[in-house]
Design a protein around this ligand. Structure first.
Ligand code: TGC
Ligand code: FAD
Length: 386
């Protein structure tokens, strides 16, 4: 198993159990996922065969208790995100959507029957879920959503469309957010319902090893029992985003570490002007900047994780970590690519694949600008949104 970047000996801050979990996921990603990722990225495919393995390792719904979930902590979940994204953002995306955006709303807003029906199957990976909030005309501002639900006897009828939905075409069920009498409500829509389709979004240059889709609801009738009974208002889907954004703050560190580690190895080996390029002052400046950003991001994520486990993390704390760590990872990926020279533009090395992915990671779950404004609103007391 490869050694990872840990300049400030943060290993000492993790419990033995946390380290064991991290190392298990680390070796799984190296052995079972990494050998095929370049091929999947090139082909634009998600390796579906990995899903039951994620389930077997207890990584789907890891941080929840009961219903077949492993009952881990937020720090455990963060470490898993870091290790999966060291492989590729597409792998972390799959797991975080399933865990934070599908299982989390079921746990938090679902009825007992809904939990018993879906959670154990989602935990093993026998069922795959997706989360539909974004619409073609409403991304950063989901409050404007136009997807509608109308009550009709024992059913709700859904009309509208969602866009850019991770796992959409491979999902057995979608958690769909729609306005019901003017207020946001959540629905579980199973695959195969008449009027429901999920065409895959093609020609992506980013997150190519992840499925992204549209969700189309053409008067889709869902039984009333498929509404999430405790989800009332926009705060419900936004609270799910906190969970996924938290994981992204850790995941981005994994991507950054993969880029830095590859750049360091390459720069030590590659010679120009008769000496290793790592010996040039300008290369060292790049490497040291990357290391210092990774170290700060690691400290930020760990502190946030401990705050979250203590119940003290607020959504603006999560925003700061998401925007900082993803922003740093993106810059690190680009610098790492530059250290690889022309070789860096191929799939033989990870930086450009990660850089391309991180463009999506910086956009989804709230863009860099939106998180800046969330923190800005908290510290000034003034909203820049409206
Ligand atoms: P605002 O007035 O701020 O809030 C409405 C209500 O929600 C509450 N709230 C939150 N609650 C929990 N967690 C949060 N993060 C919350 N943010 C706000 C708020 O207190 C209020 O509650 P109440 O009870 O008073 O009604 O709403 P706003 O319309 O002004 O919007 C604020 C804004 C811009 C921050 C929000 O709309 C936002 O976060 N926009 C970004 C949208 C976004 O992140 N979309 C992500 C879609 S999912 C996705 O990208 C998955 S990618 C997955 C993958 O592949 O990994
Ligand atoms: P817009 O909101 O149109 O923003 C365009 C630009 O304007 C951005 O730079 C933005 O920062 C800027 N901007 C907007 N408002 C402001 C402001 N007030 N001040 C300053 N700048 C502003 N969504 C889901 O619901 N589920 C998913 O599973 C999902 N998966 C995704 C997977 C991928 C690969 C991608 C790329 C996206 C995914 N999304 C998903 C959608 C994602 O959440 C949205 O793309 C994101 O919220 C931004 O919305 P938008 O793309 O419509 O951009």
């Amino acid at each position: 198993m490869g050694k990872r970047t840990d300049f400030y000996k943060l290993d000492q801050e993790f419990t033995e159990e946390e380290r064991r979990l991290r190392d298990t996921v680390r070796s799984f990603v190296e052995k079972e996922y990494l050998p095929d990722i370049a091929g999947h990225f090139e082909a634009g495919t998600f390796p579906l065969a990995i899903v039951p393995q994620l389930g077997k390792l207890g990584l789907l719904g890891l941080k929840y208790e009961g219903y077949g979930c492993a009952g881990g902590s937020n720090v455990d979940y963060g470490l898993v995100c870091q290790e999966l994204e060291w492989g590729d953002s597409g792998l972390r995306s799959f797991m975080s959507v399933q865990t934070s955006l599908v299982m989390h709303p079921l746990i938090t807003f679902g009825s007992e029957e809904q939990k018993e029906k879906y959670l154990p199957e989602l935990a093993t990976g026998r069922l795959i879920g997706c989360f539909g909030l974004t619409e073609p005309d409403h991304g950063s501002d989901p409050s404007g959503m136009t997807t509608r639900a109308v009550r009709d006897g024992d059913s709700y009828v859904l009309r509208g469309a969602k866009m850019w939905i991770t796992n959409g075409s491979i999902a057995d069920l979608a958690i769909v957010w729609a306005k019901l009498d003017g207020e946001v409500a959540g629905f579980i829509v199973e695959k195969g319902r008449p009027g429901f389709s999920a065409p895959e979004t093609k020609r992506k240059l980013s997150l190519r090893a992840s499925v992204t889709s549209e969700l189309v609801f053409d008067d889709v009738r869902v039984p009333a029992a498929q509404r999430l009974p405790d989800a009332n208002g926009l705060a419900a889907p936004l609270s799910c985003l906190n969970e996924a954004r938290y994981g992204i703050a850790w995941g981005a560190i994994g991507a950054a570490m993969a880029c830095y580690e590859s750049a360091l190895d390459y720069a030590r080996e590659r010679t120009q002007f008769g000496r290793p390029i790592a010996g040039f002052q300008l290369s060292q400046e790049k490497l040291v900047w990357m290391l210092s950003e990774i170290t700060k991001a690691q400290l930020l994520a760990l502190r946030l994780g401990r705050l979250k486990d203590a119940g003290d993390a607020r959504h603006w704390h999560v925003s700061l970590a998401k925007l900082n760590n993803v922003g740093a990872a993106l810059e690190i990926a680009r610098l790492a690519r530059s250290l690889h020279g022309a070789s860096g533009i191929t799939l033989e090395y990870p930086p450009l694949r990660h850089a391309a992915n991180l463009e999506s990671v910086a956009t989804y779950e709230g863009t860099h600008e939106i998180h800046t404004l969330i923190v800005g609103r908290e510290i000034t007391g003034l909203s820049a949104f409206r």
